[in-house]
Design a protein around this ligand. Structure first.
Ligand code: FES
Length: 139
């Protein structure tokens, strides 16, 4: 299925026109990806040029239970730098985000968050989303 949910408000976004980087922080590591606008979309998952699309296109595993159509919250990421260069959240994205654990004011759904390429980004993939079924000890 292509990455558009016909039942939600259509997200407005401006794809990047020049190269920029996204640094993904995950599991205590960092992966820096050079985004080439000519290669967008990298996949058919999430909005073209979204944080999820770019991650998937570079074999960086992110949860995306609904397939990138703004119908879950498993692709929750926290944008640590460059938030101002991302598209505005729709009400549907905000509704889904409310279900995400560890919500912050710069939380986004990776599949709906499209940077415009005017800033380099630093994005944290929360560990609870990357390993949802793993039991963690409670102190
Ligand atoms: S993958 Fe389900 S909302 Fe992003």
């Amino acid at each position: 299925m292509a990455g558009v949910n016909p039942y939600i408000e259509r997200a407005e976004y401006t794809p990047a026109t020049k190269p920029y980087t996204i640094t993904y922080r995950h599991d205590g590591e960092e992966t820096v990806i050079e985004v080439n606008p000519d290669e967008i979309p990298y996949t058919r998952t999430g909005l073209p040029g979204s944080i999820l699309d770019i991650a998937e296109g570079h074999n960086l595993d992110m949860e995306h239970t609904c397939g990138g159509v703004c119908a879950c919250s498993t692709c929750h990421v926290i944008v640590r730098e460059g938030f101002e260069s991302t598209n505005e959240q729709t009400d549907d994205e905000l509704d889904q985000l409310e279900e995400a654990p560890g919500l912050t004011i710069t939380s986004r759904l990776g599949c709906q968050c499209v940077p415009d390429g005017t800033r380099d980004l630093v994005v944290e993939i929360p560990s609870w989303n990357r390993n949802a079924v793993k039991e963690t000890p409670h102190g």
